[in-house]
Design a protein around this ligand. Sequence first.
Ligand SMILES: [Zn+2]
Length: 269
Amino acid sequence: MALAFEEYDDFDEAFSKLLELLEFDLSDPFKDVEKVLCVEPHPDDCVIGLGGTIRKLTEGGIEVTYLLLTDGSMGTTDEGISDHELALVRMREEEESARLLGVDRIIQLDYRDTELPYSLEARKAIIEVIRSEKLDMVLLPDPWLPYESHPDHVAAGKLTLEAIAFSPLPNVARQDLHAGLKPHQVERIGFYYTAKPNYFVDITDVMELKLKAVRAHRSQFTDEIWEKWEPFLRTIALYYGKMGGVKYAEGLRFMPGLFLHITPFSELV
Ligand SMILES: [Zn+2]
C-alpha cells in the first residue's frame, strides 16, 4: 500500500517514491518521445556525441532536429582558408553528415565559433527555438564535463539549461507570446559528452555508420587527424560500452527538470 509522503522517514525510500511521482523512468527515457532537439556548439558535436543514438531514434520514427549554435568558422589550422569560407564548407559537411543519420533539419543561430556569448540575448534565441519547435526532449552537452576547456561547450550547456527552465514562463521573453509562440515545457532533458552517464545506447551495430557520418566533416578530419581521432572515438564508445555491458555505446545522463535547481542529491540520479 502506498504511503502518504509525510509517512516516509527514510531518505532512500522517499527518493525513489519522488522519482516515481516525477515519472522519471530510466528504463526507457525515449518512451512516447516524438520530437527531439539536439543542441550543438559546433557543426560536428551532435554526431560525435550522439551519432549512433540519433540514427536509432530517426530509424524508430522520432524526429530529430539539430540546433547549431555557432558557425564553426575557427575549426582549422589551415592558414589558406578564411573564416567565411570555412563556415560555408562546414555547413555543407554538416548537412551531409546529418542526412546519413536521418536528420534533415538544422536550425543555425550563427554565433561566431569560439565566441558563443554567455548572454541574455543567446538564451532568448534558444528559448524562441524551444517554443516554436514544441519539443518533447532536448539533448545538450553536459556543461560540467570535467576538464572541458572549450568555452562554447560550457556556454552551450548552460544557456540551453536556462532556456529549458524559462521557456514555460510567459513573462520571460514576452515578445514571443506576441509573436504567437506559447510557453513550452520540455519534459525530458538528457546530457551528452558526460562523465556521469546514467543511460547507455548500444550503438555496436551502427558504429561504422557513425564514424562515416563523423568523417563527413572532412575539413575537421583530415587523414592525419583521423589517425588519432578514429581510435579516440572508438575508445570513448568502448568506455561507455563497458559501463553499459555492450561493445560500443553512447552514454547519456537524463535528469528530472526539478533536480536542476537547488537540489543537493542531483548526482544520485
Ligand atoms: Zn564542439
